[in-house]
Structures are given as structure tokens and as C-alpha cells.
Design a protein around this ligand. Structure first.
Ligand SMILES: CC(C)(COP(=O)([O-])OP(=O)([O-])OC[C@H]1O[C@@H](n2cnc3c(N)ncnc32)[C@H](O)[C@@H]1OP(=O)([O-])[O-])[C@@H](O)C(=O)NCCC(=O)NCCSC(=O)C[C@@](C)(O)CC(=O)[O-]
Length: 339
């Protein structure tokens, strides 16, 4: 009985079954942005730069480097221009930054024009199907937000930037409760229609379960192909890894995550960090997926940043990996080690 129920819950609805047979999953590391934007204290630029450099060395193909939002709204993200200038850029890595409006885009474009070397070629814009969340997060209605973003996307593209879109509160809103899946679909479609190359679906509150995630994806995928979608799950209720697997079963091959499970959203009270990158890499590699990420370097980075911030490392896989490594290096070579 229990077994058949489990199978029923985890099976993707027919309309959202795998669009891709590739075994590669692209991980978008959002720790330096989504993670650090919610820290109580402003993290020093040196630590931010080292975090991004370490994540790049661990093989993360995309690292969200920060935000060009108003420093009055999110002071933790002030100085992203300095971070972009100081990190060690790798041509194999993308360093998108979050941009909420024309002012943020102008600031970014001024920086890019004044820099002798390329700093980033990608931005991310964000909105939500919930009126209350839109107001709390960006001080405008959903319709105003889409109008504002369509201008931002146009100008960004005219200046050679790729644009990724985010839809927040895809399962529940902290102020309005349950969000209808068709409302998520409409906003995701609007972002793609205005020129975003991909839309990341954010379970901002972390209330999703495999079943509610698949219901939402089923509705979205009636109009949007899985190849245009990414999974951005917060782990408030401990369901994020199960939800990652549900997204994979629906054909999604891009997962956003945060090293050591850093983060939360300043305008989603009670929500915790994103699913930990180490947990995602552990489950993906264990199940035969490829990510290009070096688990040893990643786990060490999660440990390092947790110590720097004086917070617990929220990644169980990261902690287990480090503990195993510590046991192995403490065990003297002998007959048992050779077995
Ligand atoms: C959108 C605004 C700016 C509107 O905020 P507003 O107060 O309505 O803006 P305004 O246009 O009235 O301007 C007010 C002041 O802010 C300045 N200003 C205005 N814009 C900028 C800017 N870009 N950069 C720097 N300064 C800016 C502007 O120049 C002015 O300065 P003043 O004249 O008072 O000195 C504000 O609401 C905002 O910055 N919101 C961002 C909130 C945020 O960053 N939230 C977290 C990111 S979203 C998220 O985490 C969810 C996600 C993506 O991870 C997915 C998920 O998990 O759900």
C-alpha cells in the first residue's frame, strides 16, 4: 500500500514527462546572491570574492554573483560592482547578477562599459504571480512588474546581455497562501515572451512537496517546454531534494542551489535557504547524473563559508562527506584499510 502510494506520488504527469534524455544537469549556484542577501550581517567583500572563486574552482558552471537592487531594500547586496571587478573570471563560468529595474540595469551597464575586461554577460530579472509578494519584494503590482521588466529585458538584450527570469512563490505565497498553478504558467510565459532564455521557478517559501511541484509543473509545461525551465527550491520543510527529483522526472535539467544551504528571501519571513548544492550534487552523482562539480572542493567550500559566517552548515551531504574524509585520513593504513 505504502509502496504504490509512493510510486504514484513521484510519477510525473504525462504532459510533463522528460523532454531530455541527457544525463547532464546544470547547477546554478545562487549562494553568493540568494544565500548572502539574507544574512543578518553584511558579509565582507573579501569573503564574497573568495566564496565565488572557490565555487568556480569547484566547477560550478553558473554562479550568481550578486544583485543590482536598491541598497536601501537589500543592504547585503551593496557593492556587487566591486565583487564583479575583483573575482577571478573564468571563461567557463557565467556570473549573472540580479537586476530589478532600469536603475539597476543602468548601474550595471555603466560598470560594464567602464571595465577593460568582460565582467558578466548575463542578468536575472524576477517577478511573481502573487500581488502581495510583488508589492513586498519590488513595490509594484504584477502587471507593473512585467511592464518594467519587459523594458529591462529589451535594453539588456540591446546591450548584448542574456536574461534569465525568476518566478517566485510558485507553490505558496507568505502573504496569500496557495498560488494557482495556471497563474505561475502565465507569468513564466510572459517572461519567456519578453525574451528571457530560461525561467527559474522559485518555491520561495519551501512549502512544496513532490506532488504539488508536479501539479504546478504540469500546468506550466502545457505552454512552456521543460528545456526552458529551472528548479529553484528552498528547503524550509526538508522537501527540496525530493522536489529536485520530481523536477528531473518532469524533464527539467537545470537546478538552482546554494552552497551549505545558505539563504532565504528577505521578503519571505520564515523561509530558509535554498536546497544545498552539496546535497544536490550528492544525489545527482549517486543516481548517475553528471554535473561537472568536484564534490571535495564543494564540500570544503560549504564548510569554509559556514565557519566564516558563524552559522551551521545546512548541507547533510557536505557534512557527511567531510566527516568521511576526516575518518579516512585519521585511519592508519593497515589490513582493514586494504580490504
Ligand atoms: C525594485 C525596487 C528598487 C523598487 O523600490 P522603490 O523604493 O519603489 O524604488 P524607487 O524607484 O522609488 O527608488 C527609490 C530609491 O531607490 C533608488 N533605487 C531604485 N532602484 C535602484 C537600484 N536598482 N539600485 C540602486 N538604487 C536604486 C532610487 O534611485 C531612489 O533613490 P533616492 O532618490 O531615494 O536616493 C526595490 O523594491 C528593490 O530593490 N527590490 C529588490 C528586493 C530584492 O532584492 N529581493 C530579493 C531578491 S528576489 C528573491 O530573492 C527571490 C528569488 C529570485 O531568489 C527566487 C525565489 O526564491 O523566489
Amino acid at each position: 500500500m505504502l509502496r504504490s502510494a509512493t510510486v504514484r506520488i513521484l510519477r510525473a504527469p504525462a504532459t510533463c514527462r522528460a523532454a531530455s534524455t541527457s544525463r547532464f544537469v546544470r547547477i546554478v549556484e545562487v549562494g553568493p546572491r540568494d544565500g548572502l542577501q539574507n544574512e543578518k550581517t553584511v558579509v565582507s567583500p573579501d569573503v564574497k570574492v573568495e566564496l565565488i572563486n572557490r565555487l568556480q574552482a569547484a566547477g560550478l558552471p553558473t554562479i550568481e554573483a550578486g544583485s543590482f537592487v536598491s541598497p536601501k531594500w537589500v543592504p547585503q547586496m551593496a557593492g556587487t560592482d566591486d565583487i564583479l571587478r575583483r573575482i577571478t573570471h573564468s571563461s567557463a563560468t557565467k556570473y549573472p547578477v540580479l537586476v530589478p529595474n532600469s536603475k539597476g540595469l543602468t548601474n550595471l551597464l555603466d560598470l560594464l562599459k567602464s571595465s577593460p575586461t568582460p565582467l558578466t554577460d548575463e542578468i536575472a530579472v524576477f517577478t511573481a504571480p502573487s500581488e502581495s509578494f510583488s508589492k513586498a519584494n519590488t513595490n509594484c503590482t504584477v502587471a507593473e512588474s512585467l511592464e518594467r521588466l519587459s523594458h529591462v529585458v529589451q535594453v539588456a538584450q540591446d546591450n548584448g546581455l542574456r536574461v534569465r527570469g525568476y518566478v517566485s512563490t510558485v507553490i505558496t505565497c507568505p502573504y496569500e497562501g496557495r498560488i494557482e498553478p495556471h497563474a505561475v504558467r502565465e507569468v513564466a510565459k510572459a517572461l519567456l515572451d519578453m525574451g528571457c532564455y530560461e525561467v527559474s521557478l522559485g518555491d520561495t517559501t519551501g512549502a512544496g512537496t513532490p506532488q504539488t511541484i508536479l501539479e504546478m509543473l504540469n500546468a506550466v509545461q502545457q505552454h512552456v517546454d521543460a528545456s526552458k525551465l529551472a528548479a529553484h527550491w528552498h528547503d524550509t520543510c526538508g522537501t527540496a531534494i525530493a522536489n529536485v527529483m520530481a523536477a528531473l522526472s518532469a524533464g527539467i535539467r537545470v537546478v538552482d542551489s546554494s552552497v551549505a544551504g545558505l539563504g532565504g528571501c528577505p521578503y519571505s519571513p520564515g523561509a530558509t535557504g535554498n536546497v544545498a548544492t552539496e546535497d544536490v550534487v550528492h544525489v545527482l552523482h549517486g543516481d548517475g547524473w553528471e554535473t561537472g562539480v568536484d564534490m571535495s572542493k564543494l564540500a570544503a567550500t560549504g564548510d569554509w563559508i559556514s565557519r566564516e559566517l558563524g552559522r551551521p552548515n545546512e548541507s547533510r551531504a557536505g557534512r557527511a562527506w567531510l566527516a568521511k574524509r576526516a575518518r579516512e585520513s585519521a585511519t592508519p593504513p593497515g589490513p582493514r584499510a586494504r580490504l
